[in-house]
Design a protein around this ligand. Sequence first.
Ligand SMILES: NC(=O)c1ccc[n+]([C@@H]2O[C@H](COP(=O)([O-])OP(=O)(O)OC[C@H]3O[C@@H](n4cnc5c(N)ncnc54)[C@H](O)[C@@H]3O)[C@@H](O)[C@H]2O)c1
Length: 357
Amino acid sequence: MNSTYKVMVVGMGKRGLHHAAAFQANPRFQLAGLCDIDPARLDSAAQKLGNPKTGTDAAALAQEVKPDIFCFCTLPNLRTPLINAGIASGARLIAFEKPVALSSREGMEIKRLLDASGVKAVVSHQHRYGVHYREIKKIAASGALGRIHTVTGTATGWMTHMLSHLIDYARWYAGEPDAQWVMAQAAGRGKFADNHPSPDFIAGIVQFAGGIRGYFEAGAGAPDQPEVAKWWGKNRICVQGTEGFAEVLTNGGWRSISRRDGYQGGDGAMSYDLDMPPYIQEMADWLDDPLKVHACNFGSAYKGMEIMMGLCRSAAEGGQVALPLTAPADELDLLKKAVADRKVLLSSPVNAKEYGV
Ligand SMILES: NC(=O)c1ccc[n+]([C@@H]2O[C@H](COP(=O)([O-])OP(=O)(O)OC[C@H]3O[C@@H](n4cnc5c(N)ncnc54)[C@H](O)[C@@H]3O)[C@@H](O)[C@H]2O)c1
């Protein structure tokens, strides 16, 4: 197919600029509209991006541009109004940033809106296009690890920044199993005030279908990865089976040992420049052919949202939480009430600066 898809991007911050530049660089897309509430930011972005139509009101601009793809990259507190603006504009695909939402209440409402409209959606868990991330998927899918029984994900960055990434890639490595129940603990109140509101530390267990166990940690108490210099890249996602294991560090390459293939390893570091082009291309592929479902489709991200919010509920209320979630809740409010007013304990001095401890 040679059609060109018209795109509008909302939010000209860090991620909006990444998205807009990637759309502009791909001949399958026409960057037709840019929006931000900050006029100076908007003008500067428009000048760099070929001066498409601009506006400070996303819903109004979307009605004017009538994009095929409505993309928004706003902070996590702004999701549903822009989903509504995208649907009302007649867009066929909505692309937005992780996390899906700050509560299961909003996540469920977004799902309801998308299901009712039939509009496709993707959520930006684009690390998975990294060459080192893909090596682990290749090994796990090859059978070299035997029966996969465990996945783990840790990040020193806090929950609302990092946990949905960890869950997304760990589920991918495990073959995208559904979660059956989760259980967690949380500590530290400092990051509730952040624009990615989170407990300072959350750690939890996920029971996946097929007897696969997941362990996740995000925040101040998560282990340092001394092999990685970049603080935001200190994330380890590991998949283990009866015949071996394989792991990726976001900014520290990959390695694997299995009975069949012995030791293997290689380099790799998360790069927006390398990860965005295939992430963007798959949007055109999915619009061309409904069978070519985008790897970062909303359905998969929604399951990750349920896991993350289930972990929050468990940390707030105690005990195991059954998945899928059936009733909505405001998990961050529950956590704010429940997490004790005690300083978080660090895993390593490398976390001291970010957590003010
Ligand atoms: N996938 C990744 O690897 C990755 C990396 C970093 C951030 N993120 C996510 O991307 C999202 C955005 O983060 P960022 O760092 O780009 O934020 P940012 O603060 O740099 O940019 C947000 C922009 O949205 C604009 N904005 C706010 N309200 C608006 C509105 N109503 N209409 C139009 N524009 C509006 C702001 O003026 C700002 O320019 C967050 O959800 C974050 O978690 C993802």
